[in-house]
Write a protein that binds this ligand. Structure first.
Ligand SMILES: [Zn+2]
Ligand SMILES: [Zn+2]
Length: 68
C-alpha cells in the first residue's frame, strides 16, 4: 500500500501507517501521531487508564479534527 496523501501529490511512497479515522495508508511524513486517553467502565463510573494509547491519522483527518 502507498501513501494516499502522496498519491494526490503525484508521488508514490510506501505507507508506514493506516489512518485511524479514514483508513487511508500514510507515510511517515503524512502521519500525525497523538496520544489517546483510554477510558474503562467500572462499577462506579468511568476511569481513565494511566497510560495513553497511540492514535495515528492522516493529514486530512488531522486538520479536520483540529479545526473548530
Ligand atoms: Zn505521504
Ligand atoms: Zn484519514
Amino acid at each position: 500500500m502507498n501513501c494516499y496523501d502522496c498519491l494526490s501529490e503525484d508521488r508514490s511512497t510506501p505507507a508506514a501507517a493506516v489512518c485511524r479515522r479514514c483508513g487511508a495508508g500514510v507515510c511517515t511524513g503524512h502521519t500525525h501521531t497523538a496520544p489517546q486517553t483510554l477510558r474503562r467502565s467500572s462499577g462506579l463510573g468511568r476511569t481513565h487508564l494511566p497510560r495513553p494509547a497511540r492514535r495515528m491519522t492522516c493529514t486530512t483527518c488531522y486538520k479536520a479534527e483540529v479545526q473548530p
